[in-house]
Structures are given as structure tokens and as C-alpha cells.
Design a protein around this ligand. Sequence first.
Ligand SMILES: [Fe+2]
Length: 482
Amino acid sequence: MVLRPLSNCKDIIIVAGDISHKLDVILDTLRLFKARYARVFFCPGNHELWLWGKGSEDSLARLHHLLQLCRELGVETLPGEVQANQRRLLIVPLLSWHHPQWDSEPDMEGWVGARPVDKLLSDYYLTRWPTGIAIADGSAARAVDEVNDQLTSWSELLKRRQGFSEVISFSHFLPRLEVNPEKRYLTHPNLAKGVGSTYLRARVELLCPDVHVFGHTHFGYDLAVDGVRYIQAPLAMSAERGYRGSTVALGSFPVASAQPFLVWHSEQLCRAGHPEAKVHGQSAYASRYGRRAEVADAGLQPAPGSKVRVGWLPGRMPVWLFGPHQHRVLEADILKKESAGTGAAGRGRSGQQHQGGSPEPIGSAEVLELLRTGCCAVIDVREQTSSDPSRPAESLRLPHPSMTASFPGLPDDELLLLAEELMANDGPRILVGHGDQPEHCHHAALLLAALLRLHPRDVRPFRGGFEAWIEQGLPVQGLGET
Ligand SMILES: [Fe+2]
């Protein structure tokens, strides 16, 4: 991340937690921010409350210790006023901790091996709480929430809030379910039980900020819910920026531009006084398709270690394709190499290639039945080799490799139209290539499975290619035209 120059800086930075679990790294980082920004607002995240080894300090004491160190450094952890160009802004840090009860949406049904949240999160092992307080029953979340009242009078703050036309609050954890991806999209669905706080939600609802900034989940978000604009602009881990930058990013941050995401500008008066929304990734997906938390069946479970079929629903463009253009192109290149089994990324993170089975060729009888029920999409992957325009009826043209490898780089609107057509209907994608090049069609199937987040077994090359398609009497359009 690029920090501001040392002198004459009037900028303010909000740091929404998870700098490190190491005290010296936390303090050095906060000192660095203090040296580069006019003011630094901070709230600790879960990593800051991790305790390594044996000791008498518990995580609640650690929180108080950190807050004291912040006071000594001049790092702001209490509500603070900003005045600029005749405008007054109130910035409100809100302390919070996660608890499983926050997640009130249906659990995924029948997912094999889905681990419970206390086996997923290091927080359950690396924090210690005073007697009678635990994460599992929500008492840790309540205890951390109560620290807000110990630091400042909540009723006084609500009164003070009335004097401000612009308010930004921030927390490490999530106040609303709507700003977390639906469980189908999570590598581990029960992670949804370790990200949010109902105590935090209650405070945000009473405070009614214009904007609430949050962190923790490493998904770029910019989404308005009930009149509040919720923003997450995560730095994330370097590996995440590499393999899923499209869902980490918000606008150009953090990969295409290392400048921190701009939340408020004293001279910009768009959208309730704040810079325009940067709708990308999960929040763009949620804005277009809404939330379908009730879709929670076992058929959506990805193969272990694979990226495929995570939350796929008919007619929807996969989430990652909503990412910024630069990220899409970068990730498409990685997926291209992975699906071809070449390059540094050739075998993927799991060390296993082509999870979810192999593309299974399909014959005419099965295709006819699928066409009759409308449960498939036919994709013509032949590169144009002649002037004959004939092709499978109602098929989409996506020549391989000229288009399969490059379509994620299309302009946003064109990509959306194409991807929603490619994903139309339930059932398999049927690829039609040249009869004498079955390997060509197989490669196209592997690549499309990776790009569209499908199981390879659900992308099926037509046996014998277009020549067999015609011979076997399957419907054709454009036959004989010039
Ligand atoms: Fe976190």
C-alpha cells in the first residue's frame, strides 16, 4: 500500500483492524500511519487479540492494553470530529467481536465434511477470555461490545450525532448479513458464523451513519443497505491478491492502485457527500441478483480444494467476473495456464488438477433429450475455418482459443451479456468442435469450466464434433447460407 508523503498531509486514514497479532508490528504500523497521515483512526480486529503461549493476560485485557497504547501514540479509537471546507464529519470507531448467533440464514444442507466454525477459526484457539466468557455463546461479543460504553457514553454520542449531517462509523466485523457473501460462495460455509455481531448491528442502526466501513472477510464491498453505505476495501493477503484479486478489489485498490480507498472527500458532494460507489465483485453480484440465502442444497458443494461450482445458479455470471477489468484479465491468464496444466500455477493450490471430474463426451441421444427439456446450453467452439455459417441451432459462438481465453477481458456490459447467456439454463454446457480435433474441444471444456466456475464434468464435448452433429440430425441453423 502506498502511504502519503511525510509533510503537509491533511488526509485521515481509517484502519479497520487486523494489522497483526504481534504487538511490535501493530505499534510500528500505527507509528508509520501517524507519521504519514494527519489523523489515524483504528479499531482492533481479531488478530490483535490473539495471545500466543501461556500468560496471565486475557484477550479483553489485551484489548484495553492496546487502546491505552493507541492513546499514547495519538491514534484515535474514540469518536472524533473532522472539519474541512465548512463541512463537519463525525467518525465513530465501534469495537466488536464475532459470534455464531449473528448468522441467522439457513445452513448448507448435506455438505460433506463441512467443519463447524470453532474448528475453522484460529480465534477459538488463540484467544483467552475471562471466566464465564466465551466466543461460542456470544458472551465474548457482548463483553467487547460493552467496552464501547466504558470508553464513551453511548447516549451522549447519539445526542452528539444529531449535530452532524455526515457520519462515518467503522468496525472490524460485519454488522449486516447482507455484506457477507452467501454461504454457497464461501470455501467453508460455516465461516459465516465467525464474521459478524448483532451487538454491532444494533449500534449501527441507532447511529444511522452515512457510511459504515468494515473489514475481516477480505471481500471488496460497496453496498447500500437500508440507507447506509457499507464499504470494505481490504488489503488482504498477498496470495489472495494474486489468485482472487477480482473479489478482493474495490475499485482499483489494492492491486491496480495501491492508494487507500477514498471514502470521503471534503470537496466532493456526490452520493450523500461521499465519492461515487465502486461497484465490483460480491457487491455488484448482490446488486444484480439479490440475495438467495435459501438456496442451500448439497448439489452446490465444490469438490475438495477446487474453485468450481461455488454458488452457481442458472443465468448468473460468476462472481469473479464482476471484478475490475485488470484483475479479470490477470486471473483469466492464471486459469488458462492451470487448465492447460502449464506454468507455475499449473497444478493449482491444491496440488491436484481438474477437480470435479473430467469433461465427459456426450452423444446425440442425450443431447436431444436435453434440448427438449431446455436444460443445457450449446456452445460452438470452432474457430472459423470456412465461409460456411452453419452451426448448431441456438448455439453461442465462442471460438477456442481466440474467445474462450480472452472473453473475461471484454468491456463490463458485453461480458455480462455473454456470460449470462453462457450460464443460461440448468444442466451441462455442451461444446461443439471439429470432429477431427477432440483434444481441442477437451481443452476448451477444461478452460470454460475454470472460467465459469463449473465442474469439468458439467462441460461436455459433443462426440464427433459438428460433423457428427449434422450427420445425426441434430438441429442446425444457417445451413447452406453464404
Ligand atoms: Fe479479521
